[in-house]
Structures are given as C-alpha cells and as structure tokens.
Design a protein around this ligand. Structure first.
Ligand code: ADP
Ligand code: MG
Length: 238
C-alpha cells in the first residue's frame, strides 16, 4: 500500500510547460520531500499526484494501478494544506470525524477513527473543545487529524507549516516526524525550507524549473550535490 510511481509526467498550462517529464518511484512508507525555489512546480506536481490538477502527459501509478485519469476520491490519498479551515461551530472531535460522517460511516467506526487520530496527535483531551479554544499548533493538528481518520494510503502536504510562527514551526516539524514514524505511511511533503527538508526526508527531490535536478537522501545531496543549483539550495559546502 502507498507506493507511488510517476512515469514521464508533464504539465502544460496552455503553451507553458511547468512540469517537464518527471520520473520518480516512491516506496510504500517513504517520506519524500519536494524542494526548490518558488515557481519551480512543487505544488503543481503534488496536486497532480492528488488529482486536483490533470496530468497533461505521462502516467501516475499507485501500488501499480494506473490512476492517471482517476478522480481524487479513487486514489486513496489525502492532502493537507497550509490553510486549515476548521468548522468553528463543531467540536474538535466532530471536525475530525466529519468527512466519515458525510461518507455515511457508522457512528462506532467514526468514534474509533477519531479516537485513534486524537491519540496519535495528542488531542484526546481536546475533543470536546471548539477550534477557537485551541492554539495554532493544536488547530493544525486537528487539520491533520481530519486526514488521518480517512486512513489514506499516502499523505500529501503542501507547505503545511508556512503560516505558523517560527517556534510553532519547529514544534510541528517534530510532530510531523513523529506522525510519520507512528503511522508508517507514505508522505510527500512540499516545502521551500531546507531545514524542514533535511530533518524530515528519507529522500529529497530537488526541482528546478519543472525538472528533477537530483533525488537522494539528505546526506547524499549534502555530500554529493549533482550541480551548483542543488549545492546552493541544500547549503552544502561545494
Ligand atoms: P511552486 O509550488 O514550486 O512555487 P507552482 O507549482 O505553484 O510552483 O507553479 C509552477 C509554475 O506553474 C509557476 O510558473 C506558476 O506560475 C505556474 N502555474 C501554476 N498554476 C497555474 C495555473 N493554474 N495556470 C497557469 N500557470 C500556473
Ligand atoms: Mg507551491
């Protein structure tokens, strides 16, 4: 569960090609970080994997199944965004369980899924509160909790911490690392923050103008950057 393959994936917006033939194999349970400067195509690539953006050319496989033309609901993935609009009139628990409720899941199943997500995210004592009575970090955790209850095969994060202040970013980075260890699910995480990339990733994918400049472990990229662009981006001494 959760292996993702990109096969010569391209994205065109009209005449403009923003993703230029990306090949990538992501293993089940792997934590992969897409990095690169603003406008290099990180969000577009992630949104194509999630199904929020059409794939112009190439194929996307999940666990060997071609899902290139499948809608988001058929991919078993979940996206976590930087803005986390919670329903203000609902409790934390109801916010987390809402999507299952809409999907018609039995109450016992919803309660179990919410209890599990709350346990993973240390939100058990906050389930009856309203979002306004939580800290920014707790609210962000509720937003992640909404994804966990769906039991996705993979999590897609698009700069989930970029709206948080510096101290909270450090705390949440740690939370996400723990989450990844506890759930052991595939995670693809977009950031332009080198520290986040280096500390979270099993492997880093460096994007440059819609192409992969290099893929490797943080250490490989740091010690052996493929070119000056990667070296400068990763901050390695070369
Ligand atoms: P990143 O997330 O790395 O900052 P994006 O994936 O958002 O980059 O954007 C990559 C390129 O695609 C940019 O040049 C951006 O202007 C362009 N782009 C993104 N979305 C659209 C769109 N809906 N229509 C036209 N161009 C787009
Ligand atoms: Mg982006």
């Amino acid at each position: 569960m959760g292996a993702i393959t990109l096969d010569k994936v391209e994205k065109w917006f009209g005449e403009a090609q923003v993703i230029k033939g990306v090949d990538l194999e992501i293993a089940d349970g792997e934590f992969v970080v897409f990095v690169g400067p603003s406008g290099c195509g990180k969000s577009t690539l992630l949104r194509m994997i999630g199904g929020l953006e059409d794939i112009s050319r190439g194929r996307l496989l999940i666990d060997g199944r071609d899902v290139t033309d499948q809608p988001p609901s058929k991919r078993g993935l979940t996206m976590v965004f930087q803005s986390y609009a919670l329903y203000p009139h609902m409790s934390v628990g109801d916010n987390m369980g809402f999507s299952l409720k809409v999907a018609g899941a039995p109450k016992a199943d919803i309660d179990k899924a919410v209890a599990h997500a709350a346990d993973v995210l240390k939100l058990t004592d906050y389930l009856d509160r309203r979002p306004k009575d939580l800290s920014g970090g707790q609210r962000q955790r509720v937003a992640i909790g909404r994804s966990i209850v769906r039991d996705p095969t993979a999590f897609l994060f698009d700069e989930p911490l970029s709206n948080l202040d510096a101290a909270l970013r450090v705390e949440m980075r740690y939370e996400i690392a723990k989450l990844s260890q506890r759930l052991n699910r595939t995670m693809i995480y977009v950031t332009h923050d080198q520290v986040e990339a280096m500390t979270l990733a099993d492997r880093i994918v460096v994007l440059e103008f819609g192409k992969i400049a290099q893929v490797g472990t943080p250490r490989e990229l740091y010690e052996n950057p493929a070119n000056l662009f990667v070296a400068q981006f990763i901050g390695s001494p070369k």
